[in-house]
Design a protein around this ligand. Structure first.
Ligand code: ZN
Length: 154
């Protein structure tokens, strides 16, 4: 049930978008396709942490802040600005579809089938993970190289 005011253009866009969602689509399945690999990667990574110090646990805070900032930056600079190449579909989907479907006046959905426009497509999770790998490898290398020395001096 929508509580805001749908403009005729937005209502028409929503109707058209809903009609074009594949009949086999299921919002819960979509959610799980993102949630399960995400939890699996978190589990895999934490399983490889051995005897962390308090300082190593506290390092999680700046990492979360950095990733939150990074998401904001990508949203601002890649999802709201057309950039030729691999990011153009992201811009189109987000700016032309997502923000037409949801406006500041109408931010609700009626069924989980509409999660199709709420959630990132499953392949995006893989792209995000791949984009993160270089920084993760560098950080992991530096951390592993410095960790034993930091422990020896503390
Ligand atoms: Zn946006």
């Amino acid at each position: 049930m929508n509580t805001g005011i749908l403009t005729p253009k937005q209502a028409a866009f929503r109707d058209e978008y809903r009609r074009n969602i594949a009949s086999w689509y299921n919002g819960w399945g979509h959610l799980l396709s993102i949630f399960v690999p995400g939890i699996a990667v978190i589990w895999y990574c934490t399983a490889h942490v051995h005897e962390p110090t308090v300082w190593e646990w506290l390092f999680v805070i700046p990492v979360l802040v950095f990733y939150n900032w990074n998401e904001w930056w990508l949203h601002k600079n890649a999802m709201h600005r057309p950039i030729r190449g691999i990011l153009m579909p992201v811009y189109h989907r987000h700016t032309h579809q997502h923000h037409q479907y949801f406006t500041s006046q109408v931010m609700t959905y009626d069924t989980n089938r509409e999660w199709r426009i709420v959630l990132f497509p499953p392949y995006a999770l893989i792209v995000f993970m791949v984009m993160t790998l270089p920084a993760a490898f560098v950080l992991g290398y530096l951390w592993s190289a410095c960790g034993p020395r930091m422990r020896a001096t503390s």
